[in-house]
Design a protein. Structure first.
Lengths: 450, 297
């Protein structure tokens, strides 16, 4: 294996692990804003317990996000030295702004939020929770702006192997930033709500903490009912944007080898990149054109004229996209089903639905990851679209060193994030939203800290 | 007038030193934790937990700033020392995980505590090696080894000592021990040949003045005031800042016209740091108000 391939695999592995934690943090922080707000408004104990309970997950997840995020910062320098020198003046500023406007805010207020329950007033605590939510959202914005710029670079000129910024607003608000940021934000909310629904379903199945579980399940279903269809709409906007700026990716997503007007939507096919054909394909006529151009007879460019060395791995893009969309619609179906059972007042008693929720818990995160695979693999072989190729920016490091590093990272990630995080996540679930000690209960009725 | 690259490097060095001070203190407290009794350990973790992730933010900011302002230097240093940075990263992750898992664990708490202390000690060694690597890259003609280990080690020890003192109100014998360690640090550093170039008289004077104020306030006020310990805290920071900045200024900066807006943006937005530092400090003060009855670590 070459140093390039190992570095790419390593980056894919580390970023796939990393993205789960910030996404979960974004969802949890926003959910906490809602439940704590409900507590302040209604003064109901169940919301206070919910806020305390979900903040335990946020504490654990945020820590993991910091640890795995450090790996990303180091890796850009160690494995992608060329990328640093070429793109540094553009992306370095966005990363710095992320640290300044997001990391410091969230890290500062997270301490108050997690440890200040009985030290600060309710109002200040709520402000801290809101600040944490704003911090994580801003963090996502800067990262999405940086990543989107790599897909649709604008506001720069490229000379002497270096990007020079001519318009910073053009860099930050490049053509894909807002749509991709909204898509990611909604995906984070949905993935988190699926995990919340799973935890509630576990309690309902075990017949524990029933009031807490029902309240939170209903709240998450309500939010999902609103957010999941909006996500379909935003996904459509992302599709239109990709079609305009990255037609090769659209062709890879649709498995379209030849340009066509009124192109069919391939629901399933066995894709062969070598022979440039699809076999066993199941198609719906004209639907791909409608989705990508909003016209039944719109023309979609195929991959016939793209040189072999400029093609991404079509199968990865093609299947990842279908998994993402399939799981997205599965979540909508589950939500509608849950709402129907709620209306029939049998949400608490329908075991098969609760089991289904438990099994579907990872659906949101799998959809999120496969969405990223579609996006990032679809951009290859470019690292900055149409400017720099990935193999041009890899560090000149010994293959053996890179392989050793990769093995160490696999083991460490497996132990910390695989075994460790899962164990302690399960532990928090098993412990449940227990009542606070008596002296802390006073906080519920007092305005100020004890 | 200070140029944009110089101002940027000053900001980045300041944030890097804040990281070294903040995390150095936390690391040394983690090393000391297994040797404290249950109550003192609770106080130690009460100090570390609300701020350890914020401390890492200073490092992330420094890395991001270095990446933005000096991309070629960043890529060069990182890829040239691939295994070193990879190993350091590994222990960063293990130490962070150990903190989180120590809090959540019940059955293996003691093991996680020992692991945390071990990983923290290794990271302290990595801090020494990191500064050594950076300085060797900046000044390839001189080999920076003498006095550096003792510099960092005593520096962290004294910081941890100050905080333990503040947290636990140790006995007067500990105060004497702490002063002994501080003096040993000064003595060991003055013996280091390579550091003497930056050993200007006025830096030495500032240092001695701070030490004198610390000793006097400690004698007249027991336990020592926050003011006194803060001064000692500042003593090390100022000293290290001068030394590193002097060498960092010898960096081959990229031509200013190419990345001037980069510098301006980083420098301009760094104003945001001031209120954040203030909030962080007020937060630390709040934590001190907590009593051991409210702790459960």
């Amino acid at each position: 294996m070459s140093a390039l391939l190992i570095s790419r695999l390593q980056f894919a592995l580390t970023i796939s692990f990393h993205i789960i934690f910030p996404a979960f943090s974004i969802g949890l922080a926003t959910y906490l804003v809602i439940v704590e707000g409900l507590w302040l408004k209604t003064n109901k104990k169940v919301y206070y317990r919910s806020a305390r309970f979900w903040s335990k997950f946020l504490a654990l997840t945020f820590g993991m996000g910091i640890i795995s995020g450090l790996a990303m910062a180091f890796q850009i320098g160690t494995n992608w030295a060329g990328f640093s020198s070429v793109v540094g003046p553009v992306l370095g500023v966005l990363f710095t702004l992320e640290s300044l406007t997001a990391f410091f805010v969230e890290a500062t207020f997270l301490g108050v939020m997690l440890f200040g329950w009985h030290l600060v007033s309710r109002r200040f605590h709520y402000i801290s929770t809101i600040m944490v939510a704003i911090g994580v959202t801003l963090s996502a914005f800067w990262i999405m702006a940086a990543n989107s710029w790599m897909h649709t670079p604008s506001g720069v000129i490229y000379q002497e192997h270096r990007f020079i910024v001519t318009d910073w607003l053009g860099v930050v608000f490049n053509p894909s930033t807002l749509t991709r940021f909204s898509h990611m934000l909604l995906a984070s909310y949905i993935a988190t709500l699926m995990v919340i629904a799973m935890v509630c379903a576990v309690y309902l199945l075990r017949r524990r903490h029933l009031t807490f579980a029902l309240k939170n399940l209903k709240l998450s279903l309500t939010l999902l009912l609103f957010l999941a269809p909006v996500q379909v709409g935003v996904g459509d906007l992302v599709g239109l944007m990709i079609h305009d700026y990255q037609p090769v990716k659209t062709a890879a997503i649709e498995g379209l080898w030849h340009s066509k007007k009124g192109a069919p939507l391939v629901l399933f096919a066995v894709v062969s990149q070598q022979e440039r054909t699809n076999s066993y394909s199941l198609e719906i006529p004209k639907l791909a054109s409608l989705i990508n151009t909003h016209d039944w007879d719109g023309e979609l460019s195929g991959l016939e004229n793209i040189p072999v060395d400029q093609l991404p791995r079509i199968a990865v893009v093609f299947y990842s996209f279908r998994i993402m969309v399939g799981l997205g619609f599965w979540i909508i179906l589950l939500t509608c089903l849950g709402f129907y059972l709620w209306r029939k007042k049998s949400l608490q008693t329908t075991k098969w639905y609760q089991r289904l929720l438990v099994l579907s818990a990872p659906a949101g995160f799998i959809a999120l990851l496969t969405g990223w695979f579609t996006s990032e693999v679809g951009r290859q072989p470019w690292v900055v679209y149409n400017y720099i190729k990935t193999h041009d920016v890899v560090s000149h490091v010994n293959e053996g060193q890179v392989l050793l590093g990769f093995i160490v990272i696999i083991i460490t990630y497996g132990l910390i994030f695989g075994v460790g995080y899962t164990t302690f996540f399960t532990k928090i679930v098993n412990k449940g939203p227990s009542l606070m000690p008596r002296k802390r209960r006073r906080f519920l009725t007092s305005r100020r800290a004890v | 007038m200070m140029t944009s690259p110089a101002l940027t490097s000053l900001i980045l060095l300041t944030t890097f030193l804040i990281y070294l001070i903040q995390d150095g203190r936390a690391l040394m407290l983690c090393v000391c934790a297994p040797f404290c009794d249950r109550r003192k350990r609770a106080l130690v973790f009460n100090d570390i937990l609300p701020s350890w992730d914020a401390n890492q933010t200073w490092l992330v900011f420094t890395i991001a700033g270095l990446y933005g302002a000096f991309p070629a230097f960043f890529g060069w240093v990182m890829s040239e020392n691939y295994l070193f940075f990879l190993s350091m990263l590994l222990f960063f992750m293990l130490r962070g995980a150990a903190i989180e898992f120590y809090i959540k664990s019940t059955r293996y708490k003691q093991w996680w505590l020992i692991a945390l202390a071990a990983f923290s000690l290794i990271l302290i060694i990595f801090h020494v090696l990191l500064i050594k690597t950076l300085l060797n890259k900046l000044m390839p003609s001189k080999n920076i080894t003498n006095g550096l280990a003792s510099f960092i080690f005593f520096y962290y020890f004294t910081l941890a000592y100050c905080y333990l003192f503040k947290l636990t109100h140790l006995t007067r014998s500990c105060l004497v021990a702490g002063l002994f360690v501080t003096s040993a640090y000064l003595f060991s550093e003055s013996n280091a040949v390579t550091w003497q170039s930056s050993f200007t008289a006025w830096v030495f004077t500032i240092r001695l003045t701070c030490l004198a104020v610390f000793i006097i306030t400690s004698i007249f006020r027991y336990p020592p005031s926050w003011f006194g310990t803060s001064l000692l805290y500042m003593l090390f920071m100022t000293n290290a800042l001068f030394v590193l900045f002097e060498h960092f200024m010898k960096l081959p900066f990229p031509s200013a016209d190419q990345v001037s807006t980069t510098y301006l943006i980083i420098n301009g937005f760094s104003i945001v740091l001031l209120p954040l530092i203030a909030i962080s400090l007020s937060q630390i003060k709040k934590v001190f108000k907590m009593t051991s009855d409210e702790l459960s670590y």
